[in-house]
Design a protein. Structure first.
Length: 677
């Protein structure tokens, strides 16, 4: 080999090594070398290119573009949380969204105006301007804490560094989506699966010169903190900032009713493929900002906005088999194993059949030719059967009555509707291995313990070798065992250890959510945490005497009903469950629940409602009490301070009870006066 070929050989080897590590990092999320080692390798490649011009002509260094993102950015708390959006998938979903809003605001069918904007499939970021000058730029992070990526954001030419305009609020936070144009992406593909990944990788470069090599663009879609507030609608906000030099999506417009929403949806869907950026639906936002603030947020998303996704991609395939899966609440879900088929760029070989009733209704059988669909992150589902292609000898599918653990399953009767559930369940809790494994996956998930590096696949892997069989095992892992496992290296083990150690300190509400009591979601877990306040109080649920005492008191909590109380009772009546929770607690430091003592008109006051109001819904009334420092109770007791009576159908008995206990009573008009409405 001559020296030139030798250099090319060395160069190619280094490039393919870099590609391998990129793949491990980006696709497998399992880096095998440290950041420093990675940087050395990259530098060696660049130096070789610098010294030997002929290497550049090989055009291989695409592999370098979009090298590893850094995790060394400074963490910064957002001025206001960056929430996510709830989804709607069809006209009915949008109808629900609108009626929920009208119910909350009690607007009785009056038209509400919406701002419609494309949902850009990029990476969200927030820009903070102080006196018109860009001073901070953060990534979304977990929504509460982001990362300081200002230098990288500054490389995007379109982003104003100084706002040119009059009356710009002195504190002005602009939120938007960073993306790579489809054409630009084709030129730089490098290691990335799609433009969104490429934008993310580019934004997280340590060296902003790397970011500047990639042609990032953005669309501004909203605001965070603003002082003083000068806008009254979303559309006015977009228009103003467009004049101030921000980039606004040209397909934004206001719509007034469901028909206009549908028309805009079909129109944008029809031109979708001709746009130079990926969109996966349209975002609809209540246009009036006053109404937005009345509506407020649920724990993760605003009530005033929704992402209306484009319809799912469909494909035809054949069912090879039907198997059952057991979920963390014991729900038995039938799953069709289908002949692999590509739907929307992803190969699908499993599709859900929902439940026994659904199989019966559609008479779905093994061997059937079916249409399946896949939308966004949602699990692919079987939507219809082509019975003309059915084999005449095919037999009706008989749904198994036993869980995979062998226990008999049951269809429960819904307490409020008195109807039999469509879903069959195994009622064994942690005693069923299949449920236990799913519960572990829930415990490590984002909204629960949020343990990085311990995803579903890893739980399966650790379960198989009996390393983790119950939640407390997570915190006593023998890391030496992992060393010899496929896919684990020193770096990934250290990262896992760190993530697990960090998660040992947890808030009480997250802990209650994590243990996975049926019907206790994030919202209810918060309500319960507010009631118990400390883990030692919570532990009173473990013995039947203590539990009885507590359960009768829970009915007072607004949001906790009979269904939840029965579910808590069922959970802790099973000794295995209690023992497992006890052992988990022993491994943790559970923080007392901080009562958010919001100061306001109802500080430290308990309030209950009876009857409906003219100007607002019960939910809005509740939110108003909570935002003003008070607590809403669900039953009359000595602990109640105020009973508010709405004009529409109040309950006599409640009023009498309140009177006999000398509880203060407020009528609807006084209620509006107190709130200055
Ligand atoms: S509004 C409170 N408008 O979608 C949330 N979001 O799932 C307000 N996105 O994190 C978001 N285009 O990154 C909004 N026109 C648009 C958007 C948009 C893309 C992203 C954004 C957000 C995610 C929510």
């Amino acid at each position: 080999m001559d020296s030139k070929s030798k250099i090319i050989d060395i160069y190619k080897k280094k490039i393919s090594l870099l590609k391998k590590h990129n793949k491990l990092y980006f696709e497998n999320d399992d880096p095998k070398i440290s950041d420093a080692e990675y940087d050395i390798l990259k530098k060696e490649i660049i130096n070789l290119e610098k010294k030997n011009n002929f290497l550049k002509k090989l055009n291989l260094s695409k592999a370098i573009v979009g090298s590893r993102p850094s995790n060394k950015f400074k963490k910064v708390k957002h001025l206001k949380p960056m929430l996510s959006l709830s989804n709607a998938f069809d006209k009915n979903g949008m109808k629900d969204f609108i009626s929920k809003i009208s119910n909350f605001l009690n607007t009785k069918g009056k038209n509400i105006e919406f701002s419609s904007e494309p949902k850009i499939d990029g990476i969200s970021a927030t820009l903070i301007y102080e006196n018109g000058v860009l001073t901070k730029g953060l990534s979304r992070g977990d929504g509460v804490v982001g990362e300081d990526i200002l230098e990288n954001l500054k490389t995007i030419n379109e982003i104003p560094k100084k706002i040119k305009g009059n009356n710009v609020p002195s504190l002005f936070e602009i939120r938007g989506e960073i993306y790579i144009g489809k054409k630009d992406f084709d030129n730089i593909k490098g290691n990335f699966a799609n433009p969104r990944n490429a934008a993310g990788g580019s934004l997280r470069q340590k060296d902003s010169r790397e970011t500047s090599k990639i042609p990032l663009k953005y669309f501004a879609y909203g605001f965070g903190a603003i002082e003083p507030m000068i806008f009254s609608t979303q559309s006015e906000f977009l228009e103003k900032i467009k004049n101030w030099g921000f980039s606004i999506n040209p397909l934004s417009k206001t719509v007034k009713n469901l028909d206009e929403i549908e028309a805009q949806h079909s129109y944008v869907d029809s031109i979708r493929s001709s746009l130079d950026y990926d969109i996966d639906g349209l975002v609809y936002k209540v246009n009036d900002l006053k109404l937005q603030s009345r509506l407020g947020n649920t724990s993760n998303s605003p009530r005033w906005a929704v992402a209306y996704k484009f319809s799912a991609e469909k494909a035809v395939t054949k069912i090879k088999d039907i198997v059952i899966q057991v979920g963390r609440t014991g729900a038995i879900t039938p799953v069709a194993k289908v002949e692999p088929v590509t739907v929307g760029g992803v190969v699908v070989s499993n599709a859900t059949l929902h439940n026994e009733d659904e199989i019966n209704r559609k008479d779905i059988r093994v061997g059937d030719t079916v249409q399946i669909q896949r939308a966004g992150d949602v699990i692919p589902q079987v939507i219809s059967v082509d019975s003309s292609k059915r084999d005449q000898k095919s037999k009706k599918y008989i749904f198994p009555e036993k869980c995979l653990c062998g226990a008999l399953t049951k269809k429960e009767v819904n307490k409020s509707t008195k109807k039999e559930d469509a879903v069959r369940r195994c009622l064994k809790g942690y005693e069923c291995d299949f449920i236990a494994r799913e519960k572990l996956k829930h415990i490590v998930s984002k909204d629960a313990f949020n343990i990085d590096g311990l995803g579903k696949k890893v739980i399966d892997q650790f379960w198989e070798i009996k390393l983790i069989r119950q939640p407390s095992d997570i915190f006593t892992i023998n890391y030496n065992t992992i060393k010899n496992l496929d896919g684990w290296g020193e770096l990934s083990i250290n990262n896992l250890k760190k993530a697990i150690d960090n998660s040992k300190i947890i808030e009480l509400d997250k802990f209650i959510f994590s243990i996975g009591i049926r019907h206790i979601g994030q919202e209810n877990a918060k309500i319960l945490a507010g009631f118990f306040q400390s883990i030692s109080k919570f532990k009173d649920l473990f013995n039947s005497k203590g539990r009885k005492k507590i359960l009768v008191n829970l009915i007072e909590l607004d949001g906790i009903g009979e269904i939840q109380i029965e579910s808590i009772n069922n959970f802790f009546s099973i000794n295995t469950n209690t023992e497992i929770v006890r052992q988990l607690i022993n491994q943790l430091k559970i923080k007392n629940f901080k009562v958010q003592n919001k100061k306001g008109k109802f500080s430290n006051k308990t309030i209950m409602f009876t009857g409906g109001f003219e100007k607002m819904s019960r939910s809005e009334a509740k939110t108003l009490v909570e935002n003003n420092g008070g607590k809403v109770l669900g039953a009359i007791s000595k602990k109640l301070d105020i009973l508010v009576i709405g004009n529409s159908k109040p309950t006599k008995k409640k009023i009498e009870n309140a009177k006999s206990l000398n509880i203060k009573i407020i009528l609807e008009d006084e209620w509006y006066e107190i709130l200055n409405l």
